[in-house]
Design a protein around this ligand. Sequence first.
Ligand code: FES
Length: 168
Amino acid sequence: MKSEGLRHAWKPKVDGIIRELGKTRNALLPCLEAVQQEAGCIPQEAITYLRETIEVPSVDIYGVITFYGMLTTEKQGKYVIRVCDSLPCYLNGSREIIEALEDELGMNGRDTTPDGMFTLERVACLGLCDKAPAMIINEEIHGDLNAEKVRGIIGMKKKEECGWKGYY
Ligand code: FES
């Protein structure tokens, strides 16, 4: 069934990692990263598959997912925007950045836009304090931000997505 295939698009990568690293705990984090990348989150069926394949208890799998901020069981948008809200960024205006993002994306209290395009997260220090306030979009770094710069960056992302309708 087509939807089954799409739902398990992560499986070939995971199987490849397990073949390379063996059915050991060493394979767990790379497998989870691969699932996150392919599926945009860690679905329950992937947790079950890993538990049965590399024989790591579910509690340990959830432990790893909780520990690493880049992993999540919640479905995320195509663009995951992580804005630092730690003190140096806060003192340099991270609140203004978050407000501009919420406004530009029409978040209305949501974490992800209804079209599944953008997810907005407030996170602790990104290690970019010299560029405060800072954010990353997927793996793209943006620093020395202000509201205008943020609106420009989001405008570019929207343009890249021809089908993006927006929720203003
Ligand atoms: S405090 Fe914001 S990147 Fe470090």
